[in-house]
Design a binder for this molecule. Sequence first.
Ligand code: SF4
Length: 511
Amino acid sequence: MADEQSNADNAPAGIDRTEMFGAREGKDGIIRCDACPVLCRIRPGRAGACARYANQDGQLIRTDPLVMSERTAEGGGAMVPFLETESDWDGNPITGADVFVTGIGAGTTYPDYKPAPFIVSSEFEGVDTVTVVSEGIFSYCGVKVKIDTDRHLGAETAAVRAKGEHVGHVTTAEYGSQMLSLGGVNHLTGGSKKEGSVTCETLMALCNKESVELEIEGGAKLVVAADKAPIVHGVEEQRMRVGCGSAAIGIFAQQWHGHADEVIVVDDHITGVLSEHQAGKVLDMKPAGIRIRGRKSTAGRYFQVAEPGKGWGGTNITDPLSIIESIDPAVAWPGMRLLMTSTTGEDSIFCELDGALRPVETDMPSPLLEVVDRIEENCEPSLATVLFMAGAGGSLRAGVTDNPVRLTRSVRGRMTSVTLGGAPAFIWPGGGITVMVDVSRMPDQSFGYVPTPAIVAPIEFTLPRDAFVALGGHAGAITPLDAVVAEFKDTARRTAARPDNPWPLRKRDAG
Ligand code: SF4
């Protein structure tokens, strides 16, 4: 703790953050932290249960630095150097176009009716703007994990476990991706204490872009981390499928035409059969007489050709010829050329029918090899992506205004924009303020926890100053940006704003 800098330590005269962070001195130098309902009593030199607050020389400090996001110079990645050293800063007012105070390391106020830790005023493009900055404590929160893979990970609704605890479930698959829904209030607080703490730990690690081992009941063992290739059954995934079997037929039919008499694209969802498919009809392909198993959906498109598994295209098929139910001798002919491929091109075989109309595997002609390679080329790299989702429509709003519904309406009306660590948040339609954010667009180590258990996440509300006052905002707690920058210039963690994030003070039309 000795090296840590204290928000309270660095407060210039006039800004009393000791009071803001709710320190109460007790006997033997013990401080009661009241930044969350746990109300830890912290001895000198020790940290509280969440390690976010500590007792340093009789003062309650936030152990992580406040994070300030700075815009980068045009066309380059370098930060504008106004904070490099004191002498680099010419003393001109710092505007909201230069620096953004994020909620990371900002601390929390509890109970919520106290103003948020920072209510920062700045000028941005001629508008007097206010950003309310806090770390929210979220019991209602979780993550949606998208895993780009064809592999079967587990049945829909199957339990997902971490360290043996039930932390979520498999939810509906998306196009080329399997989806997990992890966390949520029921796993955090509705089960055993261990389930809650492992769920909280798992969410925090995923949100902080760390690797997490998961096991799906009756399914796969996984290692996932935000923005990294998922590892399924110990093998790093390389690519997501180009599309379903029918889509692959639609994309490549013309390129196969003339080089194969039949192409079957094996897929867990829709297995495609070229000569029967509309694409084959349009190309005037002859019927091939190969009947595959499964339930025919529409022409050349078959459902339930196989069970899910670790084989071709996320099925349990390891011998693709096993899906051929019959070959019609009145239609097929000796020498007929058959290509079978998976939707990623990772698995493929080429056969010719012998005199008894049995498929015999042989070398694939180069024009077909080229197309199989092109399927692979068209597959995007496989990634795991993590979206944090939380309800910010509760008492957190009281740190902004004494009339919380006005903040909800202002967010809904897009007068107030919401960011998490400076990253844009999607706001769900309907009641409340339900936010969703891609954690990979947030600075590293943005998330923490408290042992209630709940996740601590940065959150910022930005709106014009007059709108802030009109919604009953805590106007008396506004601090100019210059003062916050001056207060934290030696202790803040500076981070370059991601160029693919809109600048947090810029009003957005959607999302
Ligand atoms: S868990 Fe953390 S925030 Fe909550 S009272 Fe203890 S030290 Fe403070």
